[in-house]
Structure formats: C-alpha cells, structure tokens
Design a protein around this ligand. Structure first.
Ligand code: MN
Length: 376
C-alpha cells in the first residue's frame, strides 16, 4: 500500500471543539510533541482569527520543526495574507461545495464562489505558497459538480484536495465510493477529513485511504467540532496494525500525547477510549484475566507498550480465582481452595457495593481476614 501522510489538525479543528482554548504554551507543547513523534504535517490554526492566533502560529513556525506547517484559510485574499505574515509556506484554502453551504455562504451564487476561489488560489500561488484546497461539506456535494470543480482547480496549481465529511454523515462504504471516483479522476493527492457524528470518523478515513486517499487530517483524542474528528491515535494504530503501513511515527508516546491534549483541552477521556483510554488494556473478568496471565495476546490486539500504555489486571465483580490467586502469590500468600473461594466472593461483593474495582491493598486486606499461609 501507498505511503500515508498524517496531517494533524488538533491545533485547528481540535481547538474548535466547544469550550476548548489552548494557551500559547500548550500549543507549542502539542506541536513540538507531535513533531518529535514524527507526524509529517501540522495544521496550526487560522491566521485570520486575530493577533493571539497569529502570535501562536508564528511562534510554532519559529520552532523550526521538521513537520510541514499549514494554515487554514477561507477563500479570501486577506486570509492568505495573514498566513503569509505568520511565515507559513503552506495554505489550506477552504470553499463550501454542497448546495446548502453554497446557499448560506454565497447566496447560491456558484459563479461568484468559483471566481473568489480562483482569485484566492492565484494569489496564494503567486506568493509561492503550497496550496491545498478543502471542499467543505464534500460528502453532501453533487459528485459531478465537485469533480469538475477539482479538475479546474488542478489547472490552477492546487497541490492537494481535502475531502471533508463536514457533518459526519457518511459510512465507510459511501466514503469509499465517493473518494475512489475522485482519486481515479484527479492527478493531485486526496486527503481525508472526517467527523465523528455517527462514531464513524476513523472508519471513514480508513475507507478513504482504501479508496486511494494518501493523507489524513486527524486530531489527538478525536477532539473537534461537535462529536469530533478522526482520532490520530486510532488512525495511526489502525494503519500500523491492521494495514501494516509504516508511518515513521513513534507510537510509544501516543498515551503521553493524549494526556497532554486532554489536560490542555480540559476534557477527560472516557475510560473505554480506543488506544489511549484508561481501560484500553484493563482486564477484570475471570476468563479474560486468566487468559491474559497465560498469554496477553489472548485478549489484547497489541502490547500496551506500543502506545505507551500499561496492562492492568483489576479485581472486581467479574474477577475469577486465577487472578486473585496470582495477586496473593505475588505477595507470598497462599490460601486454601476454600479460603480462596470465599475471598473471591468477598471481592465480588465489595466491588458491587463500592461500584468500582478494588485496589490490590483492598484485596489483601480482605485476604488478611482469613487464615493465611505464607510461602517462604
Ligand atoms: Mn472539521
């Protein structure tokens, strides 16, 4: 399979999540970590938003990162001028392409929309910028209209097209069809930008890649507008583990990256969050814990160390004898089969009462209430 480029937009679409505002220091820390992990491209913000955003983008630009930096612009010269003043060499120029978006933003005047886009692309190209075109609401655009527009845009020197499922209404099968048609009829690479309104953002981006897209716009933790975007950690690990694609990204820092963005965004992740959630490698049930104790691969898709995570075997309502016994043996404690069974019942009962896992200390305390034999 082809080389895939990750273009992370945590600092742009991620920050557009309701209630999220990164400080300058947080933006710099996020950009620097993404870069040091080997993420190839960063969408660093919207230069036209004003002075604080411009200062942050300029500061990131001055870090001299290896990653390519791109700014998000509307199809107006002024936006591109702000990108230039931040020192950026790459401009993403977004244009609405669905009937509803063209109606709301251009009063349905397609000719005006095309003139404005062409003018802005020409301006950006004249300034020597790499120009990527974003089709806002591509998934609801007329496919013929979109293809014709893009075939024109190619002749203007646009270097990449971003297919945006702006309101997250596609499924992987529909995504595949729409993206494949574009890939087959365009010479420029296609980038995926998918939203998670139906929980399909990652699946849809992968479908786009299967259809020939070669770049994905991700956010750490899936942060972003409404239900968020395709999560960087999910896309990276799926490409690596399911498709066997080498991205050159240090995945062992994914958990650290997730925690950094979680703190900066003020959002706690659900424990079951794929790849980086607290429970992503936690095992409670008796059958699973016993299996993992013999061979972790029994119930893990890959080793937690690959993403900087930790395997946790925890005591709770669903625990079995094997895990409790192993926990005791690790403390040099041996229980008779009867005592072990009664301890297991206590562990289950206590866990139900407190509605959480018991700590190892709590399990040991329950054990000490029984007749113990200490191994030497
Ligand atoms: Mn978006």
């Amino acid at each position: 399979m082809q080389t895939i480029r990750i273009n992370d937009t945590t600092l742009r679409d991620g920050e557009q999540a309701a209630g999220v505002a990164f400080t300058l220091e947080e933006k710099i820390a996020i950009a620097a970590l993404l870069d040091s992990m080997g993420v190839q491209e960063l969408e660093v913000g919207i230069p036209a938003m004003g002075a604080p955003e411009q200062e942050a983008i300029s500061a990131i630009n001055r870090l001299g990162l290896k990653a390519d930096l791109i700014g998000w612009n509307r199809a107006v010269r002024g936006d591109v001028a702000h990108s230039l003043s931040c020192g950026l060499q790459r401009a993403h120029i977004s244009i609405p392409v669905s009937p509803i978006q063209i109606e709301v933003k251009f009063q349905g005047d397609i000719a005006k929309m095309l003139r404005q886009l062409r003018d802005t692309v020409n301006f950006a190209k004249d300034q020597g910028l790499f120009v990527a075109l974003g089709g806002e609401d591509s998934s609801r655009a007329d496919p013929n209209f979109l293809l014709e527009l893009l075939q024109q845009a190619q002749t203007w020197g646009v270097s990449r097209f971003r297919f945006c499922d702006t309101v997250g209404i596609l499924d992987p099968f529909g995504t595949y069809q729409q993206v494949q048609r574009l890939v087959q009829n365009l010479t420029i690479p296609v980038e995926m930008h998918t939203h998670n309104d139906f929980g399909l953002a990652t699946a849809n981006s992968l479908a786009g890649i299967k259809a020939g897209a070669t770049s994905v716009n991700t956010t750490v933790n899936g942060l972003g507008e409404r239900a968020g975007n395709a999560a960087l950690e999910e896309i990276v690990m799926a490409l690596k583990q399911i498709y066997g694609i080498k991205l050159g990204i240090d995945t062992s820092r994914l958990k650290e990256l997730s925690q950094l963005v979680s703190r900066a965004s003020g959002n706690h992740l659900p424990p079951w969050k794929a790849i980086v959630g607290e429970n992503a490698f936690a095992h409670e049930s008796g059958i699973h814990s016993a299996g993992v104790l013999k061979n972790p691969q029994t119930y893990e898709p890959f080793a937690p160390e690959m993403v900087g995570g930790e395997r946790r075997l925890v005591a709770g309502k669903h625990s079995g004898r094997r895990f409790i016994e192993t926990l005791l043996v690790s403390q040099g404690i041996i229980l008779s089969p009867e005592a072990l069974q009664s301890l297991l019942e206590s562990v289950r009962r206590c866990s139900m009462e407190v509605k959480r896992n018991l700590t190892s200390e709590e399990v040991l305390n329950l054990a000490y209430q029984r007749e113990l034999t200490y191994a030497n």
